[in-house]
Design a protein around this ligand. Structure first.
Ligand SMILES: [Zn+2]
Length: 420
């Protein structure tokens, strides 16, 4: 059994690197105290106090992991009515399913093999394995587990722990593949998670994780993907560092477009296994781009500040000239952007979401902007529409125009620009 204590965090301030334990973390940018980005408020909650926590972005000069330095309790972040549902965005659903199909092809998985998805949300990823005749099991802490179960994807409503791992092993046998798409950067007890996966997998089994990729985050100025749920921002080098302490070898890596740029990493159970050249090539690129030095982080911080000032100037001028502004889309990251840039209801009175969204009627944390059905926006035709899911701006803008939106469109990042 691997010793995983170092990779298990407690709530509160984080003093040392979450991957290597180095205690000389360097501050890249301070985004201020912010509320948890998915803690949308009901109108009744506006009469209560709202908690905020530090949101600072730091880098480790030793192992290159970027990270925040405060862990909010997971029960606060991933409460039972957590509103995020992966199947709802069609691009995302497609990408999640392709993770399953790719794994089957790459590792010759067979019908009847067991696939387990951790943080399985509504079961979208597992549906791909199921379609190919594999046995599937989801582990999901929020009530979205009910939607998965209703859709025929068996799902345990729990956080994944060593105990859950043991329970699954006893009831279903060893897994051929375990996936963790976009939750690997969220998890507080990372050591327990990896050890739990290690004991759930058969020898030669694969653990596939997907995380935001640090290089994409820096190059496209995605500071809005920095929020409390994301404790870590991985380089490939730092992921290798983490897995080196367990019975795994990272044998392969894909860069994928999810969430504005992610890496999908294949860790095979066993040590010192043959490594694909995708791994050596990406490590060389990280090195070449200076990802192990402070230089790209300094450029990033400057660009973040500039984008903030440019956006403020644009919006405040628009308001001063009597123009109307509406936000479009309300992903978790919109909270970081809106709160960091100080955009309040006086500037942007509503955020429009599609009619099927579970967020309608709620308020954005911090600035308390009401989230409304997008029909209202199409009726009102505001002067400006600020795209908050800007990392998917192409299909979104196309869709908005097709539905008849005439507003000028603002893309806030990586540099602020306005489309007529
Ligand atoms: Zn480190």
């Amino acid at each position: 059994m691997s010793d995983n204590s170092r990779h298990d965090l407690d709530h509160g301030p984080i003093r040392k690197c979450q991957a290597c334990g180095f205690d000389g973390l360097e501050l890249v940018i301070d985004l201020g105290h912010q509320p948890p980005c998915d803690s949308l408020l009901t109108p009744a909650q506006l009469d209560e106090a709202e908690n905020t926590y530090p949101l600072r972005f730091l880098r480790c000069p030793n192992c290159s992991l970027a990270q925040i330095d405060y862990a909010v309790a997971p029960e606060v972040l991933f409460y039972a009515d957590y509103p995020y549902r992966s199947g709802i965005t069609s691009t995302l659903a497609h990408n999640l399913r392709s993770t399953g199909f790719k794994a089957i092809e790459k590792f010759l998985l067979n019908p009847g093999d067991l696939a387990v998805d951790i943080g399985s949300n509504d079961g979208t990823l597992l549906s791909a394995f199921k379609e190919k005749g594999m046995r599937v099991l989801g582990v999901e802490p929020t009530n979205i587990a009910n939607i998965a179960n209703e859709n025929g994807i068996p799902t345990i409503q729990r956080f994944f722990t060593q105990e859950v791992s043991r329970q699954v092993r006893e009831e279903h046998g060893l897994a051929s593949v375990v996936t963790a798409a976009n939750m690997f950067a969220h998890v507080e007890k990372l050591g327990s998670l990896i050890s739990g996966v290690e004991s759930l997998l058969a020898d030669g089994g694969i653990f596939i994780t997907e995380s935001h990729y640090l290089l994409d985050l820096l190059e496209t100025v995605q500071y809005d993907s920095i929020y409390h749920e994301h404790l870590k921002y991985y380089s490939l080098k730092s992921l290798i560092r983490v897995f080196s302490e367990y019975n795994f070898t990272i044998t392969d890596v894909d860069r994928i477009e999810n969430y504005g740029g992610s890496i999908r990493v294949y860790a095979v159970k066993g040590r010192n296994l043959p490594i694909s050249e995708t791994v050596t090539r990406l490590l060389a690129e990280e090195e070449r781009k200076g990802l192990y030095t402070s230089a790209p982080f300094k450029v990033f911080a400057e660009r973040v500040r500039k984008s903030k000032f440019d956006l403020q100037q644009l919006l405040f001028n628009a308001k001063a000239n009597g123009k109307t502004v509406v936000g479009v889309g309300c992903p978790g990251r919109s909270s970081t952007l809106v709160n960091y840039c100080g955009i309040d209801v006086d500037v942007m009175p509503i955020i429009a979401e599609q009619s099927s969204s579970l967020k309608l009627g709620l308020r954005l944390p911090g600035k308390h902007i009401p989230i409304v059905d997008e029909k209202l926006m199409f009726e009102e035709q505001p002067d400006y529409a600020l795209i908050l899911s800007w990392h998917y701006w192409r299909p979104i803008v196309k869709n908005l125009r097709a539905k008849g939106l005439k507003s000028k469109i603002i893309i806030p990042l990586p540099d602020v620009r306005v489309m007529e």
